[in-house]
Design a protein around this ligand. Structure first.
Ligand code: SF4
Ligand code: SF4
Length: 211
C-alpha cells in the first residue's frame, strides 16, 4: 500500500463512528502518507453550528469558516494532499487564497480549533458508533444507526435537507426500514454496547424527520 485515504476533519477527529485521529495515527505509525477526504465534511463545516462559527469569527473575522477546516487537515504531518470539493468560483478563490502559499496553523490557531472542538462536544448527540450490533437482532430491519446519523446531522447543522439525505441513503438506500416502523420489542437495546435507549431515540427521530 503506497498511501491511505482517510476522512479527516476537526469535527470527526474524535467521532467514535469515524475515528479520524485513530486512523491517522495508524497510518503515521506505519509510515504511510495520507490523502485527506471530507476536510469540510461535505460542506457542513463551511456552515458549522452557530456556537462553533462564533469561536472562529471571534478569532479571525476575515477568515472563511471553510478555511479553518481545510487548514486543520492540511496542517497535519505526512499529508500528500487534501481533497476539497468546491462548487463555485468564490469557493475556489477562497481555497486558493490560503492554500497557494500555505502556512500551517499557528499555535494560537490550533488553540482556536481545540476550542471549537470543545464547543462541538457540548452539543448533545446520540452516541452511536455505527457498530451495527443492533441491526443483527432487529426483527424489523430498522435502519437504526443510519437514523441516528441523520438525527445527529439535524442536531448539529440544523439542516433538514442534509439529514433527510442521510436517512434516504443510509436507511432506505440500504433496504432498511425507517424509525417509525419500530415495534418497540427492545431486542436492539440488549445488544447496544453504548446502552442507548434506542426505542426512545427512534421515536425522537421519527418525529423530527417526519417519518
Ligand atoms: S425495538 Fe425497534 S429497532 Fe429495536 S429491535 Fe425492536 S423493532 Fe428493532
Ligand atoms: S448497537 Fe448501539 S452503538 Fe451500535 S449501531 Fe446500534 S445503536 Fe449504534
Amino acid at each position: 500500500m503506497e498511501f491511505v485515504q482517510l476522512q479527516i476533519n476537526y469535527a470527526d477527529w474524535e467521532n467514535p463512528a469515524i475515528k479520524s485521529r485513530e486512523c491517522y495515527e495508524v497510518a503515521r505509525k506505519y509510515g504511510k502518507p495520507v490523502i485527506i477526504m471530507e476536510p469540510v465534511k461535505g460542506g457542513m463545516l463551511a456552515n458549522p453550528p452557530e456556537q462553533v462559527a462564533e469561536v472562529f469569527k471571534k478569532a479571525n473575522p476575515d477568515a472563511s469558516l471553510a478555511s479553518w477546516a481545510i487548514k486543520f487537515a492540511a496542517s497535519l504531518d505526512g499529508i500528500i494532499t487534501v481533497l476539497s470539493g468546491m462548487s463555485s468560483i468564490e469557493q475556489m478563490d477562497d481555497n486558493i487564497s490560503y492554500m497557494k502559499d500555505f502556512t500551517k496553523l499557528s499555535d494560537k490557531e490550533e488553540e482556536t480549533i481545540k476550542e471549537a472542538q470543545k464547543v462541538l462536544n457540548t452539543i448533545p448527540l446520540i452516541p452511536c458508533t455505527t457498530c451495527n450490533y443492533c441491526a443483527k437482532v432487529c426483527p424489523m430491519h430498522i435502519g437504526i444507526s443510519g437514523s441516528f446519523t441523520a438525527m445527529n446531522y439535524l442536531t448539529l447543522y440544523k439542516d433538514m435537507a442534509a439529514a433527510k439525505h442521510q436517512e434516504e441513503w443510509l436507511v432506505g438506500g440500504h433496504g432498511l426500514k425507517k424509525a417509525s416502523e419500530c415495534i418497540k420489542c427492545g431486542q436492539c437495546e440488549k445488544a447496544c454496547p453504548q446502552h442507548i435507549e434506542i426505542r426512545k431515540e427512534l421515536e425522537r427521530v421519527a418525529q423530527a424527520l417526519g417519518d
